[in-house]
Design a protein around this ligand. Structure first.
Ligand SMILES: *Cc1c(COP(=O)(O)O)cnc(C)c1O
Length: 390
């Protein structure tokens, strides 16, 4: 990969000696599966977001699946979400046996448009999954009001929203909601693979602790580590194998401790991009002062009507300069599988399609140097200018 040496990849994680030391400690301890490190990670994460409970799981996809089940979503039900998301969101709805009902986005926030949710509600609707796209919090007051009026559960897909804040509260700490986080390698913090559900509802937290591990009412590590005392455990429902491990949690704890520092760097780089690029493209709306964008994704929206090249041509030019720009996402309703299975068609959600045709995500991670960030901003600016009609 010699000629790829200087390629700035999208979403490269930041590790140092601290993760290495934490992993070694777990390996040396003789207990690598789910255990005390998972519990510590859950406690620290709940404190960080201001939730009463946090339950660790193997991924955000698993978190969404179990959160929907805990919200009593099942066969015959419908769950509303945005079409501009990663397919894991809608896949989880199907795992729960329910049908995904898609809604278009607001062209400025790129989040689900709350004004369009009402028309998607039927007698079968059980829950709404707002996705905080890129790390910009959804308009949660409007979503909670709709949910309350129609008796719907709110399950947040907060995969991009680790460190996001909405009106003074961290995402994950909002009342009457289950928030699902991802610690996939390219997310704002990682445990290599992993996820978390946060809630202020004790019953729901206890339910997910059972469903994440086979449906047994006692966690294995407590059984084996309980000392001389015999602890019985019994299967009480059909569960899954969705637990995190202590090896992953040890990495997650290190990353959580660095998260606010990571966030400062993301904000600094985002400012550099903003300053350089805002004249030449549109940007996702920025939140008001009491809220915070996590800048998981830094998305530019090309002003195609003024340009001499297509989005894909511009993306290719950026990549040719060693910048791992990419696209988030092909809207769910444009995937072949979802079209075949649920009858969605191209054209169903024009605002999301229009955004998709214009969007490019630039690499922005704390693993990049200030020099990288400046290079990306300047290079993209040059490319945009070169492809603008004179
Ligand atoms: C990454 C991501 C997920 C899935 O997270 P995993 O931890 O990989 O399961 C779900 N939703 C969105 C919006 C994501 O970006």
């Amino acid at each position: 990969m010699k000629n790829n040496k200087k390629f700035i990849v999208f979403g490269k994680p930041s590790f140092n000696k601290e993760e290495l030391k934490a992993v070694k400690q777990v390996l040396d301890s003789g207990w690598v599966g789910m255990g005390p490190r998972c519990e510590e990670f859950e406690k620290l994460f709940a404190e960080y977001v201001g939730a009463k409970y946090a339950v660790s799981v193997s991924s955000c996809t698993a978190a969404l699946h179990l959160a929907l089940l805990a919200a009593n979503v099942g066969p015959g039900d419908e769950v509303i979400t945005t079409t501009l998301t990663f397919v894991a969101t809608t896949n989880a709805i199907e795992y729960a046996g329910a049908k995904p009902v898609l809604v278009d986005i607001d062209p400025h926030t790129l989040n689900i448009d709350p004004k369009l949710i009402g028309a998607a509600i039927t007698k079968k609707t059980k829950a709404i999954i707002p996705v905080h796209y890129g790390g910009l919090p959804c308009e949660m007051d409007k979503i909670f009001a709709i949910a309350k009026k129609h008796g719907l559960a709110v399950v947040e897909d907060a995969a991009h929203a680790i460190a996001s804040r909405w009106k003074g509260k961290m995402i994950g700490g909002l009342k009457n909601s289950l928030a699902c986080f991802s610690f996939y390698p390219n997310k704002n913090m990682t445990s290599v693979e992993g996820g978390m559900v946060t809630t202020d509802n004790k019953k729901i937290a206890e339910n997910i602790k059972i469903t994440r591990l086979h449906g047994m009412d006692n966690e294995a590590w407590k059984r084996y580590r309980g000392g001389k005392k015999i602890i019985r455990s019994e299967m009480v429902m059909l569960g899954f194998k969705y637990n995190l491990t202590d090896l992953q949690a040890a990495i997650g704890i290190c990353q959580l401790k660095k998260l606010e520092r990571f966030q400062k760097t993301r904000e600094k780089y985002a400012k550099i991009y903003d300053k350089c690029l805002s004249e030449y493209c549109d940007l996702q709306k920025r939140p008001e002062h009491s809220s915070r964008h996590a800048f998981h994704l830094y998305v530019i929206l090309l002003k195609l009507e003024n340009m001499t090249a297509t989005r894909d041509e511009i993306l290719q030019q950026i990549r040719n300069h060693g910048i791992g720009a990419t696209i988030h996402y092909l809207p769910v309703h444009m995937h072949r599988y979802y079209q075949k299975k649920f009858g969605f068609k191209n054209g169903d959600f024009p605002i999301a399609e229009c955004a998709y045709e214009r969007m490019i995500t630039l690499p922005l991670t704390p693993s990049m140097s200030l020099k990288d960030a400046k290079k990306i901003a300047e290079t993209v600016k040059r490319i945009l200018i070169a492809n603008t009609k004179k």
